[in-house]
Design a protein around this ligand. Structure first.
Ligand code: F6P
Length: 328
């Protein structure tokens, strides 16, 4: 029989994502429900190394389900990448009696947690929180749905001005080196073309497509470009290239940037965070370790953390085809 855990630590690390607060709330309240203590760790692994902790009870997480960002703050720690840094972190956790960790973040967070688990046999469970949706073992990461809604709303506004001036807009969206955000937001916002890292459409094909669109009577267009796209030109260079080759087009660029990570989480992300938090704590209490909580076909499941960090979830290539058909 596994020893009953009495104190769990929770932290957020890496890029913040809407829904992180809702996940912390869920972890804290699930701990309270099972009558175990919960300690919040500020600023991810950095705070862990420094012992920047706070005891959290069910009331500490009132009124945060609707808040973007993370009240525990987040950081990307260089020191935790060293053995000495991890040793310090382990001593800090043990000094306050923390026996297991819930780590909310992306693949960098999970890689750190996995190594920490291997080195110190410290129980860890991950909750995927990143707008990029790039983690294997889950259909959705926390913050992704909210980011998509934020982006679609922004592009709807850009469309108003694009169509008023008969302009072409290149809109750059986040996603690091994967195209989930670009592809889904692009289809949702009715983009003319979507440039994703997974598929290099090529500059010729882009020009052809824009020519076709103009000839078919469209007066304005939106092209969504993933920040990690590999067409060989960034959005500003794309603007110059299109203006040189298709002088009929008046082109503008909009880089949406960090506004994509902010704002209140969508209902979907709040519910997902609540479900994942319960599963994370109850899995630790069941003696499980080194897993990530994922959602697959609407079922909350555990996925080995080492597999989660090794791969990227693939984009839906059928959606690329749908996008092509929609631009007819
Ligand atoms: O991983 C989330 C993310 O927002 C990516 O989409 C983006 O590439 C990166 O973080 C930006 O990181 P930073 O906040 O450090 O600029």
């Amino acid at each position: 029989m596994t020893k009953k855990i009495k104190k769990i630590g929770v932290m957020t690390s890496g890029g913040d994502a809407p829904g992180m607060n809702a996940a912390i709330r869920s972890v804290v309240r699930t701990c309270a429900f099972h009558d175990i203590e919960c300690v919040g760790i500020y600023r991810g692994y950095e705070g862990m190394i420094e012992g920047d902790f706070t005891l959290l009870n069910a009331r500490s997480v009132n009124n945060i389900i609707n808040k973007g960002g993370t009240f525990l703050k987040s950081a990307r720690s260089k020191e935790f990448m060293t053995k000495e840094g991890r040793q310090k972190a382990c001593l800090q956790l043990k000094s306050v009696g923390i026996e297991a960790l819930v780590l909310i973040g992306g693949d960098g967070t999970f890689t750190g947690g996995m190594i920490f688990n291997q080195e110190f046999d410290f129980p860890v469970i991950g909750i995927p929180g990143t707008i990029d949706n790039d983690i294997l073992g889950t259909n959705f990461t926390l913050g992704y749905d909210t980011a998509l809604n934020t982006i679609v709303e922004a592009i709807d506004k850009i469309r108003d001005t694009a169509s008023s001036h008969k302009r072409l807009f290149f809109v750059e969206v986040m996603g690091r080196d994967v195209g989930h955000i670009a592809l889904n937001a692009g289809v949702g916002a009715g983009a003319e073309e979507i440039l994703v890292p997974e598929e290099n459409l090529g500059l010729d094909r882009l020009l052809e497509s824009l020519k076709k669109s103009k000839n078919s009577g469209k007066s304005s267009s939106i092209v969504v470009v993933a920040e990690g796209d590999k067409i060989g030109k960034n959005v500003f260079e794309l603007k110059d290239y299109v203006e040189e080759n298709l002088p009929d087009y008046e082109v503008r660029v909009s880089v949406l940037g960090h506004m994509q990570r902010g704002g209140p989480p969508s209902c979907y992300d709040r519910v997902l965070a609540s479900r994942m938090g319960v599963k994370a704590v109850e899995s630790l209490l069941d003696g499980k370790t080194s897993y990530m909580v994922g959602i697959i076909n609407n079922k909350i499941e555990l996925y080995p953390i080492d597999k989660a960090v090794k791969g990227h979830s693939d984009i839906d290539t059928e959606l690329l085809r749908v996008s092509d058909i929609m631009t007819t």
